[in-house]
Structure formats: C-alpha cells, structure tokens
Design a protein around this ligand. Structure first.
Ligand SMILES: Nc1ncnc2c1ncn2[C@@H]1O[C@@H](CSCCNC[C@@H]2Cc3ccc([N+](=O)[O-])cc3CN2)[C@@H](O)[C@H]1O
Length: 266
C-alpha cells in the first residue's frame, strides 16, 4: 500500500465540505428528475431494478463510504433488517446521524429522491413511510478506512450479507495498486455468496468538495470489471452512463458513471 499517498489523501479529506459536495452533485442540473437521461434518476433506476429482482436480500447490508448521502439506500431498505452506514470522516457520519435523528436543521432535503424512488418502484408506498423505514433500519454509522486490512476494525466481526458502495474506492485511493488493495480489504467484509452493488466514476481524475480539490483514480469499464473478476466475483449486471456535456459543470472531470451488480463466489 502506498502509505505516503494514502496519508496525503487523508490529510486532504480533512477539508471535504459535505454541503458543497451535495450542492455540486445532488441538486440541479445533475439532480433533474424529469428524465432518466439525467444521471441521478439513472442511478436510482439501476438500484431499484437490482433490488426488485428479490435476489439481493439478507440481514445486514454495509454501505462502504456512505459520505453525506442516503439515496443509495432507498431501494435496499425493503430487503434488509439492518443497514450499516460507514464513512472515513466524522463530518459525514454526523451528517447521516442528524438526518436519521431528524436533527438536520441545516441538512439536505432528500424528499425529491424518496418520492422519485417510490414512484419508480411502483408499489404506491407513501414517501414518508419509506423515509421512516430507512431511518429505522440505519442502525449503525461506523468509521471506516478501506486501506486497512480490516476496514471496520473490531467494530464488525461477522461478514455482511451484502455490500453497497457509491463513488468511494476510486476517490479514496491515491493510485491503482492502492485501489486494488482496498478492493481486497472491503471484499473481506462480505460473506461468500453475498452480493456487491457498486456505483462509481469512469475516467475521473479529480473532483471539488468546497475549498478542496480531491484526486480520483481514473477507471475504465474494463478496469472495474477486472477488479471484480480477479477478486472472486461473478458479474450479474453492468450498466454505464455517458456524462452529457450539459452535466459537465466543472465540479469534476468525470466522463461517465458505472453500475455493477456482482456476487462473491461461495
Ligand atoms: N480511506 C477511506 N476509507 C473509506 N472512505 C473514505 C476514505 N477516504 C475518503 N473516504 C470517503 O469517500 C468519499 C466518498 S465521496 C467521493 C466522491 N467521488 C467523486 C464524485 C462523486 C460523484 C457523484 C455524483 C456524480 N453524478 O454525476 O451524479 C458524479 C460524481 C463524480 N465525482 C467521502 O465520503 C470520504 O469520506
């Protein structure tokens, strides 16, 4: 592991501003719910369709690098008893905690996301019921470092039934070898036969989160498929989204987004 690069990233992340990050990626124009040509509805559709198969279920789901967002858990909450959020930064863990406990006076309005997911799931579920369901299931919000052999330390002993991770590994690793090592570390958190859903950036090298500019490991579709294959996963589904020029707004140089549904060999 590139200890110097990892330490430099950790130092940089101390200046990560959750609200700025949310403003950059989770409000218009990227969060336009009128069509799945926009990236946020595209992501929500990928997740809703994956969980609707009913194949991804169990007791515990761990979200690797939750950040300050909860959208990625909205379709999952019908299929797991317990959802564990994790992040490297206390500021992000506090952001999620405040949302769960309704203490987020200066928080972020996730209602358009929850309403959209209820609509595309087509179960006629009132959005406030889904919101309460997720808050009830988000039982743990833990510190994590994907560069540690045991990313959750002793806080978590038994492997999870499923993992989800959005935009974390490529944005938390200084280089490809560190990314590959982190991938191996998080795979240890998943039981054999467990499912892993990942959404991430394609060919991105930086992004902004307030005053700080963070580096990202540029990944191609082949890179990400190879990472899963060589770490003992069978790929069930893969989709990619090409960033339209109208959504290239200067907050990063991301070229596209991938969604992958894989299963760890038993
Ligand atoms: N060592 C570590 N272990 C675990 N987590 C760690 C570690 N270091 C940092 N973290 C944790 O990982 C971070 C996750 S946020 C990373 C943002 N990735 C880039 C950004 C994302 C994005 C989102 C949406 C869209 N879009 O078009 O809709 C595009 C893009 C492209 N740019 C952050 O939570 C940090 O706290």
């Amino acid at each position: 592991m590139n200890a110097i690069g990892v330490a430099a990233m950790a130092e940089n992340y101390q200046r990560f501003d959750p609200l700025a990050y949310l403003q950059n990626n989770y409000v218009a124009p990227r969060a336009n719910f009128t069509s799945e040509e926009f990236v946020v509805p595209w992501k929500l559709r990928c997740l809703a369709d994956a969980f609707a198969t009913g194949k991804i279920t169990g007791h515990t789901l761990i979200d690797i690098g939750t950040g300050p967002t909860i959208y990625q858990l909205l379709s999952a909450c019908d299929y797991f008893e317990e959802i564990v959020a994790t992040d490297f930064l206390e500021v992000n863990r506090t952001f999620i905690h405040n949302w769960v406990h309704n203490e987020d006076k200066d928080g972020f309005d996730w209602s358009p996301y929850i309403q959209h997911v209820c609509k595309i799931e087509g179960k006629g579920e009132p959005w406030k019921e889904k919101e309460q369901k997720l808050k009830k299931k988000l039982k743990k919000i833990l510190p994590i470092d994907i560069h540690q052999p045991d990313p959750l330390g002793s806080l978590f002993s038994q492997p999870a039934d499923a993992l989800i991770s959005t935009f974390c590994l490529e944005a938390a690793s200084p280089d490809r070898p560190s990314f590959d090592k982190a991938f191996q570390n998080v795979t240890r958190l998943l039981k054999p036969g467990g499912h892993f859903l990942m959404i991430g950036a394609l060919e991105e090298s930086f992004y902004l989160a307030g005053e700080v500019k963070l580096t990202v490991v540029p990944l191609s579709e082949v890179d990400i498929k190879e990472s899963f294959a060589k770490n003992g996963y069978r790929i069930h589904d893969f989709h990619s989204y090409k960033m339209p020029p109208t959504l290239k707004i200067g907050v990063d140089d991301v070229q596209g987004i991938f969604f992958i549904h894989a299963q760890k060999f038993a």
